[in-house]
Design a protein around this ligand. Structure first.
Ligand code: BTN
Length: 264
């Protein structure tokens, strides 16, 4: 079981991320709870965990299955001084932090599928849902929702996810202590958020690209009704994906669903 006091006491002195931590037994979605804290004026760095979620959500309006007590379902409040168009950098930062934290605690060589999936051998272990409240030229706050399948066994996944999702337990064969993983990941996010704030996004982006399984591949990206195909070349300075289209043109992709194409 996760305890807020225990998690706070494990973090090093004065982190931004995790300066305040709450743990709920059940909630609709930790992103909802953090959104309310944000509107109440709580400072950035607050983190909310829940042992279970009744309305956990993923990107593109999908549901997120949150097995009680077996994963890490949490959200982080940030108030970054950046433009709405730069917020993808935060998803990139969390992706890099998740890979570092998971590798540190489990030694599992996980990778990143752009923009927000942490996978092992093509199956999803964790996801990030970035929600923002912004004016046209100013971000009020960002809620970074993070879901990690930690100790789930095969029967914890609904049949439709059996082939696409997995857990750290299933892949390592070991039970993973959630409090250790949670604090390691919060520390990894804290380090990278400091880097971002000292204008060092490039270093975070390099680390991310190093672990990204999408870069260099032939992919299809579905954005609503539109489908774009090409080769994923790199990230730009805002964290968008640069895709070399079939006619040589460079497309800038800020969201969507990526599938790998068989390349000849
Ligand atoms: C995705 O891969 O589509 C993103 C999944 C994000 C899930 C987490 S679990 C904690 C937080 N609360 C939610 O409702 N969603 C995020």
């Amino acid at each position: 079981v996760l305890h807020a006091d225990d998690l706070v006491s494990r973090l090093r002195e004065k982190p931004v991320i995790g300066r305040e931590i709450k743990v709920f037994k059940e909630t609709t979605s930790t992103n909802d709870v953090v959104g309310r804290l944000a509107r109440d004026g709580v400072p950035e760095g607050a983190v909310v965990f829940s042992e279970s979620q009744t309305k956990g959500r993923g990107r593109l309006g999908r549901c997120w299955v949150s097995a009680p007590g077996k994963g890490l379902w949490f959200s982080v409040l940030l108030r970054p001084d950046m433009l709405p168009s730069e917020v993808t950098r935060l998803t990139i930062m969390v992706g890099a932090a998740l890979v570092a934290g998971i590798q540190r605690e489990t030694h599992l060589p996980v990778d990143i599928k752009w923009p927000n999936d942490i996978c092992f051998e093509g199956r999803k272990i964790a996801g990030i849902l970035t929600e923002l409240n912004a004016e046209l030229d100013h971000v009020n706050y960002v809620v970074l929702g993070i879901g990690i399948n930690v100790n789930m066994v095969a029967s914890d996944f609904p049949p439709e996810l059996k082939h696409s999702a997995t857990s750290l337990f299933l892949e390592t064969g070991h039970f993973v202590p959630r409090a250790d993983l949670a604090t390691t990941i919060l520390r990894e996010i804290d380090v990278r958020y400091r880097q971002l704030n000292s204008n060092d996004f490039d270093q975070v982006a390099d680390e991310w690209q190093h672990h990204c399984s999408t870069i260099g591949k032939e992919i299809s990206v579905r954005m609503g009704d539109q489908m774009i195909q090409g080769r994923a070349e790199s990230l730009d300075s805002d964290g968008a994906l640069l895709l070399r289209g079939e006619h040589g043109q460079l497309e800038r992709i800020i969201g969507g669903d990526v599938t790998l194409r068989a390349s000849g």
